[in-house]
Design a protein around this ligand. Structure first.
Ligand SMILES: Cc1cc2nc3c(=O)[nH]c(=O)nc-3n(C[C@H](O)[C@H](O)[C@H](O)COP(=O)(O)OP(=O)(O)OC[C@H]3O[C@@H](n4cnc5c(N)ncnc54)[C@H](O)[C@@H]3O)c2cc1C
Length: 321
C-alpha cells in the first residue's frame, strides 16, 4: 500500500462513520472514487458502516483504470452487486468497493436460446423477461433480489433450480486486468458455492442457455406462482439477507431453528423472523453487530441441541466483536 493511500485510509478510518472525504478522480476517465460511502444504502439489511473507497464503474475503461489504481496503490477490493447477501460491519470495510450497478448489458440469441447479461443486471427482471418469451430455466429466480454477478458467485437458487443449471460461461476480470472466460466446470459449482467465493475476480457478464418451446402463459404463470409462494412464506417486506444459513441437507436450517422455539427471538434490532426461522430480519433499528450476535446465538443453540454446525450463507464483511 503506498504512503498516499495509507494516509488516506488512516484519515478515512478516523471518520469512518462521519462525513465523507472529497472524491478521487481517475485521470483520463469519467471514473470517480468516493470516500466514506455508507454501505447501509447498498445492502438489503440496511445496516453497516462505510466503504473507505467506493466506485460505480460505467465502462470497461473505468474498470481498467480502477484495477490499475488498485495495483498501484495496493489496496484490497470487494465486489458488490445488490448487497442482498451481505452483512457489513458497523465499522465499515477497508479498501475499494466496486459496485456493478451500471453493468446492465443484455443480448439475446434467438437461434441458440442464450442470453448474455451484464453482472449488474437484476435477477428478477431477467426471470420475467425469459418467462415472457416462453423460455424455461429462470422461473425460480424471480424472488431473488440480487444481480446476475452475485448469482454466479453464490450459485443462487430456489425451487430446485439454480444458476449452475443454466450457466454456459462467465467472463471475469482479475485485478491485474486479465480477462478470462470460465466455463461451468471451471466454476466448480456446489450448493450455494463456486470457486469465485475463494478467488478474487470481478464477474463482468455471463451467458445462460434456456429452453424455448413453452407457452408464454405457462411460464408467466409459473413465475407468478413462485413469486407469490415466496411472499407468503418469507418476510419479504423486511430488510434481510434471505436465508442466513445453508441448509445442512437433508435437514432444513429453518426447521432446526424453529423446533428450538427461536422464532421471534431478538437481540437489539435483529430478530429471527416469525414467518421463516432461517431469516434474521432488521426489525427497524438493528446494528450489524446485533445481526452478527444473533447469527452466533442461533448457531450455538442449534449445535448444542442438534449437534449440527450451521454454516452461514450470508457473506460477512469487516470486523465484528
Ligand atoms: C429477501 C431475500 C430473499 C433471498 N432469496 C434467495 C434465494 O431464494 N436463493 C438464493 O440463492 N439467495 C437468496 N437470497 C440471497 C441473495 O439475493 C443471493 O445470494 C444473490 O445471488 C446475491 O446477489 P447480489 O447481487 O445481491 O450479491 P451481493 O450480496 O452484492 O454479493 C454476494 C457475494 O458475491 C460477490 N459478488 C457480487 N457481485 C459480484 C461480481 N460481479 N463479481 C464478483 N463477485 C461478486 C460479493 O463480493 C459477495 O461475496 C435472498 C436475499 C434476500 C434479501
Amino acid at each position: 500500500m503506498t504512503k498516499f493511500v495509507k494516509e488516506l485510509l488512516k484519515m478515512n478510518t478516523n471518520k469512518i462513520l462521519g462525513a465523507s472525504q472529497p472524491p478521487i478522480k481517475l485521470k483520463g476517465t469519467q471514473c470517480v472514487i468516493h470516500q466514506g460511502e455508507s454501505l447501509s444504502k447498498h445492502t438489503s439489511y440496511r445496516v453497516g458502516g462505510n466503504a473507505q473507497l467506493y466506485a460505480e464503474p460505467k465502462s470497461w475503461e473505468d474498470i481498467q483504470a480502477l484495477f490499475e489504481w488498485i495495483q498501484q496503490q495496493d489496496v484490497p477490493f470487494t465486489c458488490l452487486g445488490r448487497g442482498s447477501n451481505l452483512l457489513v460491519s458497523d465499522q465499515g470495510i477497508e479498501g475499494l468497493v466496486l459496485n456493478t450497478c451500471h453493468f446492465k448489458e443484455y443480448d439475446l440469441d434467438e437461434e441458440d436460446h442464450t442470453i448474455t447479461v451484464g453482472a449488474g443486471y437484476p435477477l428478477p427482471t431477467l426471470a420475467w423477461k425469459a418467462a415472457k418469451r416462453g423460455w424455461q430455466g429462470l422461473d425460480w429466480a424471480v424472488g431473488i433480489p440480487g444481480t446476475l454477478g452475485g448469482a454466479v458467485v453464490m450459485n443462487a437458487g430456489a425451487h430446485e433450480g439454480s444458476i449452475s443449471d443454466v450457466l454456459v460461461n462467465a467472463v471475469v476480470a482479475d485485478s491485474d486486468g486479465t480477462i478470462r472466460t470460465l466455463s461451468r466446470d471451471d466454476l466448480q459449482y456446489a450448493y450455494r458455492a463456486s470457486n469465485l467465493q475463494k478467488e478474487k475476480a470481478l464477474v463482468l457478464k455471463a451467458s445462460l442457455a434456456l429452453q424455448p418451446g413453452q407457452s408464454k402463459e405457462k411460464m408467466v404463470n409459473l413465475t407468478t406462482q413462485n413469486f407469490r409462494r415466496r411472499k407468503q412464506t418469507q418476510p419479504y417486506d423486511k430488510p434481510s439477507c434471505g436465508s442466513v444459513f445453508r441448509n445442512p441437507k437433508p435437514q432444513a436450517a429453518g426447521w432446526l431453528i424453529e423446533q428450538l422455539g427461536l422464532k421471534g427471538y431478538q437481540i437489539g434490532g435483529a430478530q429471527v423472523a416469525h414467518r421463516h426461522a432461517n431469516f434474521i430480519i432488521n426489525s427497524g433499528n438493528a446494528k450489524a453487530q446485533d445481526v452478527f450476535n444473533l447469527i452466533e446465538y442461533v448457531q450455538e443453540k442449534v449445535e448444542q441441541h442438534w449437534s449440527i454446525l450451521l454454516h452461514p450463507e450470508v457473506k460477512v464483511l469487516g470486523n465484528f466483536s
